[in-house]
Design a binder for this molecule. Structure first.
Ligand code: MG
Ligand code: MG
Length: 257
C-alpha cells in the first residue's frame, strides 16, 4: 500500500521513430484535407466523415474512435470550446474559430496533432492573433524540446511567448503528453513551467506538445456530454498540437506531410 510503480518514459529507437513518422504523416494529411474543407456551412459531422475516409484509406486506424467511448474520429472544438468537442450537426459559421484534433495509428504507433482554423477570408484580428500566438507558443515549445533540456524548459518557452503576447490564459487542466504505442503516455507536458525544472529530456523521447490558450481566464469546465471542454467565461480558445521526436540532431516534427 502506498507503493506506486515509478512511471517510465518509453524511449524509441530511430526505426521506431520512422514508424511514428508514418502515423504522423497520415494525421498531417488528414488535417490538411480538413483545413481545406473548413468553410461556413459545413457541419463538424461532415468533417468527421472526411477524416474517417482519409485515415482508413491510408491504411491507418483512428486513435480517438472508441477511446474511453469517444464516438468520432476527430475532436472539433468551436469558439469557446477548448478541446474534446464531439463532431455532429453543428454548422460552422462565418468567422468561427475551430480547432480540429486528430490521431492515427499505423502498425501500433500513434501520431497526434491539432490545428486551429478560422472559417473566414477576413478573420477578426483578435481571433487571428489568438491562433497565431498559440501556434507561435507551440513553435517555441518545439525548439526547447531538445536532449539535455528539462521538461520545465518546454513549458517555460510556451508560457513566455503567451505572456509576452498579451492578456491570454494558459489552460492548466489539460497538458501535452508522451506518445508512442499508446496515445497518452508518461510524461505529462505542461504548457507552463520553470526553466530547469522537471525530468531531463533524452534522445528517443516522443512528446505531443499542445498549448491551449484562451482570451481571458484559463478556467475550463466540461459540458454535460462529458467530453466538450469550454472556457468557464465562454471566451474563445485556440489549440495547436504536434508530435515531436527528440533526436541526436534536435527536435523533429513527426506530424507533417
Ligand atoms: Mg491531439
Ligand atoms: Mg494530444
Amino acid at each position: 500500500m502506498g507503493f506506486r510503480k515509478k512511471e517510465r518514459v518509453q524511449l524509441k529507437t530511430p526505426e521506431q521513430i520512422e514508424c511514428m513518422r508514418i502515423a504522423g504523416k497520415v494525421v498531417a494529411e488528414t488535417l490538411e484535407t480538413l483545413r481545406i474543407n473548413v468553410t461556413p456551412g459545413i457541419t463538424t459531422g461532415e468533417l468527421d466523415v472526411i477524416a474517417r475516409e482519409c485515415i482508413f484509406s491510408s491504411g491507418a486506424t483512428p486513435s480517438f474512435l472508441g477511446y474511453y467511448g469517444f464516438p468520432a474520429v476527430i475532436c472539433t472544438s468551436i469558439n469557446e470550446e477548448v478541446v474534446h468537442g464531439i463532431p455532429g450537426d453543428k454548422v460552422i459559421a462565418e468567422g468561427d474559430l475551430i480547432s480540429i484534433d486528430c490521431g492515427a495509428i499505423v502498425e501500433g504507433w500513434h501520431g497526434d496533432a491539432a490545428i486551429s482554423i478560422i472559417a473566414s477570408t477576413n478573420p477578426q484580428p483578435t481571433i487571428q492573433k489568438l491562433s497565431d500566438v498559440t501556434r507561435a507558443a507551440l513553435d517555441a515549445g518545439i525548439k526547447a524540446t531538445v536532449a539535455g533540456n528539462r521538461m520545465g524548459d518546454i513549458g517555460n518557452a510556451i508560457q513566455t511567448v503567451i505572456r509576452n503576447a498579451g492578456n491570454y490564459g494558459i489552460v492548466e487542466d489539460y497538458v501535452g503528453h508522451g506518445i508512442g504505442t499508446e496515445m497518452h503516455m508518461y510524461p505529462p507536458v505542461p504548457n507552463y513551467g520553470r526553466a530547469g525544472d522537471g525530468i531531463e529530456l533524452k534522445v528517443g523521447m516522443v512528446l505531443a506538445l499542445e498549448p491551449m490558450i484562451t482570451i481571458g481566464s484559463p478556467e475550463v469546465v466540461t459540458l454535460e456530454d462529458n467530453w466538450t471542454v469550454v472556457t468557464t467565461d465562454r471566451n474563445w480558445a485556440s489549440h495547436w498540437e504536434h508530435t515531436i521526436a527528440i533526436t541526436e540532431s534536435g527536435p523533429q516534427i513527426l506530424t507533417i506531410r
